[in-house]
Design a protein around this ligand. Structure first.
Ligand SMILES: Cc1cc2nc3c(=O)[nH]c(=O)nc-3n(C[C@H](O)[C@H](O)[C@H](O)COP(=O)(O)OP(=O)(O)OC[C@H]3O[C@@H](n4cnc5c(N)ncnc54)[C@H](O)[C@@H]3O)c2cc1C
Ligand code: SF4
Length: 512
């Protein structure tokens, strides 16, 4: 829906400041602080400003039937009119609670305030002060459980669509000529050199932060291109690779150099980088990309993939562009994906686009407990993906080496487990087989054992790198952050960890 039509228009839900007395709404509006860009750019208008009472504005999207057959981005982005209308809903709070929900502390009120004041250069400047990858985060961050969950309007209805506005501002910047774009300037050279291992969001955030402080940064990546999961995992229809390319290009312009096809641990290691190659510190951000399997019978049959392999072969090795790219993948007509996170949704939606006739997600709890973002579940269902909830896999069945079905057992929810979610309890005698010719397993990942070839810094019992809160490992010269410390998490948490580690590295280098 466009042109000021709200997401809730048909739901008859009270949204935004609607439902409040005008006096209450205007007292919040009058609380606009003098320092916000909206106020600074147009003080007279700011004094008179009344936030819009419209509901949250929907994101324009590709039609579900059409998009299920292409890999183009599903969300099309706000138009300038929609962005302005959505920004106008923001109360410009004196105490912007939204900001407490952002792991990297983006100045949310101010970047939205600058949209209201029609000052886009100020908006991107405020945004980029805290977030080096806003076009990525605006697309894939779980805002609904972070900043938007803390927005004051969420308590009364619908929060401001902070993520959609973040994406709008970042895309506005990326559409400008390179020389016009917002660019952080590197400080004068400190003479220090830092090696960053891996090029996922943790590493990109760390590299960008260090470069702006004048340190020379070199990134070593084992794959042929940068971005980590953003490149090989998250599909094009959610995060176009050109967007990622823009963000990496901005880091290159900042002076960060990238060495691709260089798996550290195989040709060199952290100690050699420090003691032989002249680096003063090392950041390890290699993610946790080793797929977990179900440990059930039939996992070695033809037609069984880990989600990582399936997504990498389609996204990264262009299996969807066969025969233009001579790297095809076998996929069947009836695909079952096991799991309930974003990864499972990405695999299922990719299978739909590859032409599978029937795609089913099997999840052992209910849809309400699925860790995937609501938007991804909603989009998957719109594209025809079936969800079999309360269903646990028992075995993969096969014939002459190929998958023929997934044997499952139905579940009911019992008492909450350690995660706080209700534990799935098998219902005896409820087994059945779902016929299929492809099974994609998306039940999580763990740290790669290759980590011990990279560094002998201390590991946790679960095989991740042990660090303090700021990313310091047991070796004072080596720092780490992202999934290799926390286990599989989110882009913004990885970026937050990369930034914190950059602060710690900067502090360490200043001790020299
Ligand atoms: C399919 C999928 C969908 C997801 N969707 C979302 C989402 O919608 N929203 C969200 O917030 N999060 C999502 N996530 C999670 C998020 O992408 C990760 O939490 C995040 O990318 C972790 O960042 P990182 O920098 O720690 O590691 P990664 O992104 O894993 O990057 C690590 C990099 O290190 C490289 N590397 C590994 N070993 C070496 C070595 N020895 N030498 C050199 N380089 C090495 C790898 O090749 C990789 O490029 C998703 C994850 C997947 C798999
Ligand atoms: S986004 Fe929400 S919490 Fe943040 S300043 Fe605007 S209205 Fe207030």
């Amino acid at each position: 829906m466009q042109g000021g039509v709200s997401e809730n228009e048909n739901k008859n839900v009270s949204t935004g400041a609607a439902g409040k007395s005008e006096a209450a709404a205007s007292s919040e509006a009058a609380a606009v602080p003098e320092a916000t860009p909206a106020a600074a750019a147009a003080p007279a208008a700011a004094e008179r400003r009344r936030p819009s009472r419209e509901g949250r504005h929907a994101m324009p999207e590709q039609n579900p039937v059409r998009r299920a057959r292409n890999f183009n981005e599903v969300n099309l982005g706000y138009t300038p009119q929609l962005a302005r209308a959505e920004a106008d809903r923001c109360l410009q709070c004196k105490n912007p609670t939204c900001e407490s929900g952002c792991p990297v502390g983006v100045h949310i009120r101010d970047f939205i305030g600058a949209i209201i004041a029609d000052d886009m250069p100020a908006s991107i400047e405020r945004l980029k002060e805290r977030n080096a990858l806003p076009a990525v985060c605006g697309r894939v961050c779980p805002q609904e459980s972070q900043c938007e969950a803390q927005c004051i309007l969420a308590k009364r209805g619908e929060s401001v669509a902070i993520g959609r506005l973040e994406r709008y501002v970042a895309d506005w910047d990326n559409a400008r000529a390179v020389e016009e774009r917002y660019a952080t300037e590197p400080a004068a050279s400190t003479g220090h050199k830092v090696a960053v291992i891996g090029s996922g969001p943790a590493s990109l955030a760390c590299a960008g932060e260090l470069a702006t402080r004048g340190h020379a940064v070199e990134v070593f990546e084992s794959l042929h291109t940068g971005g980590g999961v953003l490149a090989y995992g998250i599909p094009e229809f959610r995060l176009p690779k050109a967007i990622l390319g823009e963000e990496i290009g901005a880091l290159e312009r900042l002076g960060v150099s990238f060495h691709y096809n260089e798996p550290v641990g195989k040709i060199t290691n952290a100690r050699e980088l420090l003691e032989e190659d002249g680096f003063d510190a090392v950041f390890i951000g290699i993610g946790a990309g080793l797929p977990l399997f179900l440990e059930i019978g039939g996992e070695n049959l033809n037609g069984v993939y880990s989600s990582n392999e399936f997504l990498t072969r389609v996204n990264f090795m262009h299996a969807s562009d066969f025969p233009t790219y001579d790297t095809p993948i076998w996929w069947g007509h009836s695909v079952v994906v096991v799991g309930g996170g974003n990864v499972a949704m990405d695999a299922a939606r990719t299978a739909v686009r590859m032409g599978a006739g029937q795609v089913t997600i099997v999840y052992r709890r209910t849809e309400a407990e699925m860790p995937a973002r609501n938007e991804e579940i909603h989009h998957a269902k719109e594209e025809g993906v079936q969800i079999h909830e309360l269903c646990g896999p028992l075995a993969i069945e096969g014939n002459t080496g190929w998958v023929t079905g997934l044997r499952v057992q139905h579940m009911e929810l019992g008492e909450p487990d350690a995660s706080g979610r209700r534990r799935p309890v098998p219902i005896v005698g409820s087994e059945e087989t779902i016929p299929c010719d492809t099974v994609i397993i998306a039940v999580g990942t763990k740290a790669h054992k290759q980590l011990v070839e990279i560094t002998d810094a201390k590991l946790t019992e679960r095989g991740y790198l042990a660090t303090d809160e700021d990313g310091r490992t047991s070796d004072p010269r080596i720092f780490a952050g992202g999934d290799i410390v926390t286990g599989a998490a989110t882009v913004i948490l990885a970026m937050g960890a990369g930034k914190k580690a950059a602060n710690a590295i900067d502090e360490y280098l200043k001790q020299d």
